[in-house]
Write a protein that binds this ligand. Structure first.
Ligand code: BES
Ligand code: MN
Ligand code: ZN
Length: 496
């Protein structure tokens, strides 16, 4: 879908979106539209339950003399609460409403924003960003869908008090959306199409944007001693890979920031096999890797002035005659040995080697890893927050602030020696499960054993990677959660 910016003037016709604040008070543009239509908007408003609250909407088809074929009235609530995120959501809701009307193009007049926290061209730019984010759809395998069932919108023109400023502000946002879309695509692909090799190829496509990409195969990883990661993948016909991406947009002397993702392209549980119900969800067990790839795309796309490393451990966790058994003991790249008591606690094994490799090779100033690591984090936090675990208060605060700014929330969880002890075992340096209690925390403690004394954070994104219901800027399916948060983290703290 194309997003354009223009002046805040009434179009000749077509579909338009206008706004009202709480108590139904119409914006300047909405008043003008009402006048042009002989009071049709006001009459519709009076005859409806529209109150102008956030999320309220009224759709009129060819009202008044028919000058406009569709008029969508959108509630924006209290103007003083109308910030960046509200503008994004308004854009997303407008787009969804327009798709429902069958319109192909529309003009969005969002002039209420001038009373609010963001003025100038910013509100329009963020409305465009929200509309774009909501327009995402994974439909490449729907070959028989009737054209009338498909979303119709092709182009949206957003009226702005300063169209030039809006265009400028929208440029990097559009690149971020490109990263989010890539992540959504990756988590949406089924595991017969997306497996370690093909996911790595998707990462390699970022070379086009100037990202340096290496793909390590099993021989290379064996050479490095990555017995933990390789053990997870050994039951699969698909070869495990390590995807290594570097974006060098900062000075040559700056230590990079590093992002590490769990990329289990399908998690059957292995010999500790999962039950059948819902196992299809495990196609998105590569969500952490998906975010790392999408983030690198966003950073390179907007030519971020930073050095960033993205590493993804890519494996398929399958049961087979060659699969890892419960009780096997593996040696990780760090030299530490692990007793694998449950082959379904595989993400931490993959990350153990990916994290060690990343800090060993790149000596980054910080590491953030992302993983759909535990079902327990879904029980604890649901889908409102991802779990955040960190050994560094400053980094944790920065991540939470970045998340809040973009509407991707992280809730900090504890770490501590008592939890760490749950991983001790008699026959090896550690076991890969810590028992029923505090399952997300013991998983994080496990990861921490593979991180030296450096700022590190682990985001458990199991509850936020996939959604079954539409939200204003996130259609159901893969969310891309994490791309915006970490792009913002970099932008605010590690650029220039
Ligand atoms: N990939 C799963 C975690 C998961 C569950 C992600 C549901 C998204 C939705 C992970 O590999 C796993 O199986 N974790 C186990 C750990 C247990 C065996 C200690 C879990 O959470 O049950
Ligand atoms: Mn598992
Ligand atoms: Zn898993």
């Amino acid at each position: 879908m194309k997003i354009r910016f223009d002046d805040l003037t009434l179009p000749e016709g077509g579909a338009i979106v206008i706004t009202a604040a709480k108590d139904g008070s119409l914006s300047g543009s909405a008043v003008a539209v009402d006048k042009a239509l002989d009071g049709a908007v006001g009459r519709a408003l009076a005859a409806s339950r529209f109150k102008g609250n956030v999320g309220d909407q009224l759709v009129l088809h060819s009202p008044g003399d028919g000058k406009f074929d569709r008029v969508v009235l959108l509630g924006l609530g209290n103007p003083k609460d109308f910030g960046v995120l509200a503008a994004q959501k308004a854009g997303g809701r407008a787009l969804a409403a327009l798709n429902g009307t069958g319109a192909k193009t529309a003009t969005l007049l969002l002039d209420l924003a001038k009373n609010a926290e963001i003025g100038g061209g910013d509100a329009a730019a963020h409305a465009g960003f929200g509309a774009l984010l909501r327009s995402y759809r994974f439909d490449k395998y729907r070959t028989k869908e009737e054209p009338e069932q498909k979303p119709t919108m092709r182009r949206i023109v957003i009226g702005s008090p300063n169209a030039a400023a809006s265009r400028k502000a929208f440029k990097p946002l559009e690149k971020v959306a490109g990263g989010v879309f890539m992540t959504r695509d990756l988590v949406s692909e089924p595991a017969n199409i997306l497996y370690p090799e093909t996911l790595a190829e998707q990462g390699a496509a970022l070379r086009e944007l100037g990202v340096e990409v290496e793909i390590l195969d099993e021989d290379a990883m064996r050479e490095l001693g990555m017995g933990a990661l390789l053990g997870v993948g050994q039951g699969s016909k698909r070869e495990s890979k390590l995807l290594v991406m570097q974006w060098k947009g900062g000075g040559a002397t700056k230590d990079p920031v590093a992002f590490v993702g769990k990329g289990v392209t399908f998690d059957t549980g292995g010999i500790s096999i999962k039950s059948a119900a819902g196992m299809e969800d495990m196609k998105w067990d590569m969500g952490g890797a998906g975010v790392v790839v999408g983030l690198m795309k966003a950073l390179a796309g907007r030519k971020a002035k930073c050095n960033a490393v993205g590493v993804a451990g890519l494996v398929e966790n399958m049961p087979s005659g060659n699969a890892q058994r419960p009780g096997d003991i593996v040696t990780s790249m760090s030299g530490q040995t692990i007793e694998v008591l449950n082959t379904d606690a595989e993400g931490r094994l993959v990350l153990a080697d990916a994290l060690w490799y990343t800090q060993d090779r790149f000596k980054p100033q910080l590491m953030v890893n992302l993983a759909t690591l535990t079902g327990a984090i879904i029980i604890a936090l649901g889908s409102e927050n991802c779990g955040l675990f960190s050994n560094n208060d400053e980094l944790a605060e920065r991540i939470m602030a970045a998340g809040k700014a973009v509407g991707e929330h992280a809730w900090r969880m504890p770490l501590g020696d008592g939890y760490d002890k749950q991983l001790n075992t008699d026959v090896a340096d550690m076991k890969n499960i810590g028992g029923r209690e505090a399952g997300s925390i013991t998983a994080a403690q496990f990861l921490q054993r593979f991180v030296n004394d450096m700022p590190w954070a682990h985001l458990d994104i199991a509850g936020v990677t996939w959604t079954k219901k539409n939200a204003a800027t996130v259609p159901k399916g893969g969310t891309g959660f994490g791309v915006q948060m970490l792009n913002r983290l970099v932008e605010e703290n590690y650029e220039g």
